[in-house]
Ligand binder design. Sequence first.
Ligand code: IPD
Ligand code: CA
Ligand code: CA
Ligand code: CA
Length: 272
Amino acid sequence: PTLGPADLGTLETIACELAREAGRLVVDERPAGLGVSATKSSRTDIVTIMDTRSEQLLRERLAERRPDDGVLGEEGDSTAGTSGITWVVDPIDGTVNYLYDIPQYAVSVAACVGDTTRPGAWRAVAGAVYHPVLDEMFHAREGAGAFLRTTTGVHALSVSSVSRLDEALLGTGFGYDAQKRARQGAVVARVLPEVRDIRRAGSAALDLCAVAAARLDVYYESGLNPWDLAAGELIVREAGGEVVGRGGGPASADLVVAGPAVLVAPIRALVD
Ligand code: IPD
Ligand code: CA
Ligand code: CA
Ligand code: CA
């Protein structure tokens, strides 16, 4: 589709409104004694009732407001649209934190173009990541910069100006597969002596937004899915950062490295 500035603005507004409504739902209706409602790829890969409810709400709202668009969400079947736009949504990013009531989780909503089944063949053109506990809304649309709306106002985002690895605070995360985790642990052992310190905060979408806001200097992870990445990647780019994958190609399930170009290069040399 040809999307002008007004269209991108509309998509960005919808992304923010949906992320906020779903974020409020998961905070306001978090049941006492929340448990695991199902496991997926492994015993560590969990779903709660609120992951399911948040995704249902996002899908209902999209069906009302954007009936011609496709939807790809973590907890549901992907639906094809006719408009060329696909909404890529993570109903709770940071489910393990949410289960333990650790206030570091978000709802991620992105309007994307291209083929979301092939890495490098799609991109987000507008998106939002909402941290409901802090009431922080990270958002961007292509070509217009990245912003953080808080209770005190709207702040333009730009990535860190740190240029040395030994002064860089690095974010990362781990997938749910035990074999992959063993490999990820070996990579961490290689990286840790080189950087200021490492954070594993538990939400890839918020990690990417932290890079955009210079709350982390650089970030890498392998095993991400499109819904972890879609909105956050756009937000990093619009904050002046680079987001790349294996061999410096597009970010994919194999690898995502995000940050200022001057830090992405040495991290890639260690982890790629
Ligand atoms: C997970 C989180 C975590 C990351 C995992 C993701 P989920 O998403 O983003 O930080 O390390 O790779 O799967 O399952 O909480 O939506
Ligand atoms: Ca999950
Ligand atoms: Ca996720
Ligand atoms: Ca999720």
